[in-house]
Design a protein around this ligand. Structure first.
Ligand code: URA
Length: 474
């Protein structure tokens, strides 16, 4: 039996596994172990006792899909993961391609592990809640306690490091912590911090958030299984609002649902009145700024709200759907690939970008994770409607005479979801004191593989822009 002691991470396993393959060690002949104690795992380069290192380790070709499955499954919490992953790699190296198929027993387990890890990554982004500490306490400014489903702290920390600018923060978990000092990310394993340590510093914003959460909670609309599906119980403890939920739910069960009144109103004297659930929906407070908008839930997974850009006396407004990945990171509309295509179309139409106001129907990026990528997800009409508050302000403040709607969501933001793009495309339609010209979204052109079809779409966009220019008198 060969005992291989590796640091508990993918790179260390990979180097040792490649070395073991080169030596012809069968899966049954290896006892994979990881050191106990407090290794400074992330602060020093990973090492393997086999003597292999990434530079001189032998190489083996695996499919891209298998490589990403192995990488993800390596974060699955299971004491036997390294020996299992080696068995998969060994079978592949023997030419047994079935191992990468979900129909195979090992393959199915591998897929299941990778899926669970991806889910845990998604959860971490959705459910980590930073709390601001008192300034007098110094760095870190923000702390969060989180209990990830799998070993995804490093992944999640990278995500937050890319999105929280230079603020200093710490995420503590039962088996490690991630710290960001504004420049450098540092991860430490197995230096478990007591959860109380991380969460005993409620901030002023949190009190507001709790009040807000309590006030938007509508017992009449409570659907407990949906609530638990969207916000699994195991995450409640890390969420500021988590402490409120059990009481709100039990109040709802205890009759508040029947009378459909918020607790505070119910406490007032007088007669309980049966009302329609939708009429009982509490008004969401008008937020004072787009940056703190909580009118829908899209803010949770977005880096920032992306406001419109351009002169306030622009005669033309171009209305897109929502910021994309790059817009979300930069905080500006149309700076990614769709923006580039739009920019080219504007040049062809003789429409200088600096004279036009560019904005979106929805101001936060809606996405879903796909591996390391954030894939655009079309906003729901409810989200478009929630965001119309901000679009209304822009329509009011920017005196544009012509609006070009790019794609179906932008059109629906003005005319409602029954307005179809096919019925409006290329047409000029009056809207209040303005004209609306409807055309395709530039990303529709980007998605077309056929060169001729793509050019036809771009030409239609250019034509719509030219029409808008004529109508605006520009
Ligand atoms: N797509 C949009 O609709 N808007 C942007 O800002 C970027 C891409």
């Amino acid at each position: 039996m060969h005992v291989l002691i590796i640091d508990d991470d993918f790179d260390a396993w990979r180097a040792a596994a490649l070395d073991a393959l080169a030596r012809g060690l069968t899966p049954e002949s290896i006892d994979w172990r990881t050191p106990q104690g407090e290794p400074a795992l992330f602060s020093e380069p990973a090492q393997s006792v086999s003597g292999a290192n990434a530079a001189d380790a032998p190489q083996i070709r695996v499919s891209r899909e298998l490589a990403s499955l192995l990488k993800d499954a390596a974060h699955f919490r299971d004491a036997h993961r390294w020996s299992f992953l080696y068995r998969v790699l060994w079978r592949w190296a023997q030419g047994d391609r079935a191992v990468a198929s979900p129909a195979d027993e090992d393959g199915a387990r591998l897929y299941k592990m990778a899926k669970a890890v991806r889910r845990a990554q998604h959860d971490m982004i959705a459910y980590v809640r930073f709390r601001q500490r008192e300034a007098s306490l110094g760095a870190p400014e923000y702390v969060a306690w989180y209990e990830p489903g799998h070993d995804v702290l490093a992944w999640g920390a990278e995500h937050f490091a890319a999105r929280m600018g230079r603020s200093t923060w710490l995420i503590a978990t039962p088996d490690g912590a991630a710290m960001f000092d504004g420049e450098r990310l540092q991860l430490e394993r197995r230096r478990a911090l007591a959860s109380e340590h991380a969460v005993d510093t409620p901030d002023a914003a949190e009190a507001l958030w709790m009040t807000y959460y309590g006030s938007i909670f509508n017992p009449a609309r409570l659907n407990e299984s949906a609530l638990e599906q969207h916000m699994p119980v195991r995450f409640w403890k890390g969420l500021p609002e988590g402490a409120l939920i059990p009481k709100l739910v039990s109040d709802a069960r205890g009759g508040a649902r029947r009378v459909a009144q918020a607790q505070s109103v119910g406490a007032l004297g007088g007669r309980a009145v049966q009302v329609q659930a939708q009429d009982a929906q509490p008004e969401r407070d008008a937020p004072t700024s787009l940056d703190t908008c909580r009118r829908c839930d899209l803010w949770r997974n977005a880096t920032q709200a992306v406001r419109g850009a351009g002169p306030s006396d622009a005669r033309i407004m171009l209305l897109g759907e929502q910021p994309g990945d790059q817009e979300d990171l930069k905080g500006e509309p149309f700076v990614g690939p769709a923006g580039q295509l739009l920019h080219d179309a504007m040049q062809r139409a003789g429409m200088p970008r600096e004279q036009v106001y560019l904005t979106n129907a929805v101001k936060h990026f809606k996405w879903e994770p796909r591996g390391k990528r954030r894939l655009h997800k079309t906003p729901a009409q409810q989200e478009v409607e929630a965001c119309s508050y901000w679009l209304e302000q822009e329509l009011h403040e920017v005196g544009a005479r012509v609006i070009v709607t790019l794609g179906a969501t932008a059109l629906a933001a003005l005319f409602g979801r029954r307005a179809t793009l096919s019925a409006h495309i290329g047409r000029v339609v009056p809207y209040r004191d303005k004209w609306v010209v409807a055309t395709y979204h530039p990303s529709y052109a980007l998605r077309q593989n056929d060169e001729a079809a793509r050019e036809r779409t771009v030409a239609a966009i250019v034509e719509a822009l030219e029409k808008a220019r004529e109508l605006s008198g520009q």
